[in-house]
Design a protein around this ligand. Structure first.
Ligand code: ADE
Length: 380
């Protein structure tokens, strides 16, 4: 960025946000009341339950609405208040989080529930500062909970809202770079008359109409005031971020099956990637594909399953070979499970994918629809 652009950007960030014309606010709210999706964490006509809102916002941090919608009711039925989650064991929490991906959030939500139980008398705190001090809650989630659960007139800026604002103001820069300016613009958007609906209306507008591709400007309540539309640039904004290749990592996984049909699983170390979840034994994940002959965990009749299992993580893409073996092991050894017994275990979507690739159907995740192929809903 050249010096004059830096000065302009700094000035833009500091100056007060433009006011929202009252007719635009009214049009947006009316559209939201007509078009909003009936999502299970939204209170239709009643006061929202702060715990439901908080749990939904944790889930929505990195997982699509479609996936959260399918899994949220079962999670909330199992942990209906902060104390229920706080009192549960880590294994039960990870198990209930299955299918949502990014399992670190499950641990943070668990820690958050314990703090709510121990320091806030079991009730979700109302103030944004207190919310932000809880594990796993950053400025976005604190603002979302404050607005939706407690009626603070703020608009949290997620990817949806950022895109809407970038188009409204024709900000032709990648969203991550434009974030300070977008936050400044959002500072004036809260609706004091209907804070919860006001906040969700902006999110919903981005999700339903002002979509990344082919925005439905003809149906948009804010189209008249949208600079990108006026200039015919809604297809060019937001500007995509510069492409960076995600590094690839490689390894092998071993599906060892005993004569009685039981399969060997192990627990991943706590704290790291997919920490504490159950997985097939395998090699370390390296920067180059495995070259040496496989070092099988047990002797038996092993064969390579054709193809590879690919799985996207946030910072790298994983590619695994799968080997299947008919093995012998003493019946009383721990760690061997029948597929039906895996229903009680925390299995990541990677492990489920490997099992399927090896011809073993893992038990369904409760509340989930089977994915119709393609990438898993959540990543770690
Ligand atoms: N994404 C993040 N928060 C959301 C919400 N409350 N409703 C829909 N999508 C969201």
């Amino acid at each position: 960025m050249c010096p004059s652009t830096i000065v302009e950007a700094a000035a833009a960030v500091q100056s007060p946000p433009p006011p929202v014309p009252p007719e635009a606010r009214a049009a947006l709210r009316a559209w939201y009341l007509r078009a909003a999706r009936p999502l299970p964490w939204r209170a239709a006509g009643e006061a929202p339950d702060p715990w439901s809102v908080l749990v939904s916002e944790f889930m929505l941090q990195q997982t699509t609405v479609a996936t959260v919608r399918a899994r949220f009711p079962a999670f909330l039925a199992r942990f209906p208040d902060p104390a229920a989650l706080a009192d549960a064991g880590a294994e039960a929490v990870l198990h209930a989080w299955q299918g949502l991906g990014y399992y670190r959030r499950a641990r943070l939500l668990h820690a958050c529930a314990r703090e709510i139980r121990d320091r806030h008398g079991g009730r979700v705190p109302r103030q944004r500062a207190a919310l932000e001090a809880l594990p796993g809650i950053g400025p976005y989630t604190a603002a979302a909970v404050a607005a939706i659960a407690f009626g603070e007139p703020v608009v949290p800026v997620d990817g949806n809202v950022a895109r809407v604002l970038a188009r409204l103001h024709a900000i032709a820069r990648p969203l991550t770079r434009a974030m300070p300016e977008l936050r400044r613009l959002a500072a004036g958007l809260g609706d004091p008359e209907a804070p919860a609906e006001g906040a969700q209306a902006w999110i919903e507008l981005g999700a339903l109409l002002c979509r990344p591709r082919r925005p439905r400007c003809g149906d948009c309540p804010l189209a008249l005031g949208c600079r990108a539309r006026r200039e015919g640039r809604q297809g060019e904004i937001p500007v995509p971020p510069p492409r960076t290749a995600r590094p690839r990592r490689y390894g092998r996984a071993f599906l060892a099956r005993r004569g009685d049909g039981r399969i060997l699983l192990r627990r991943r170390p706590e704290g790291g990637l997919l920490g504490g979840m159950m997985e097939l034994p395998g090699t370390a994940w390296e920067d180059v594909p495995p070259g040496d002959p496989p070092a099988f965990p047990l002797s038996g009749r092993w064969s390579r399953v054709p193809g590879r299992v690919r799985h996207p993580f946030t910072h790298f893409a994983l590619e695994l070979e799968l080997w299947r073996g008919e093995v012998e092991a003493p019946a009383d050894q721990p760690g061997w499970y029948l597929p039906a017994e895996m229903a009680g275990l925390a299995l990541s979507s990677l492990t489920r994918r490997l099992l399927r690739h090896g011809g073993v159907e893992p038990p369904a995740v409760r509340g989930a629809r089977r994915p119709s192929g393609g990438a898993a809903a959540g990543r770690e």
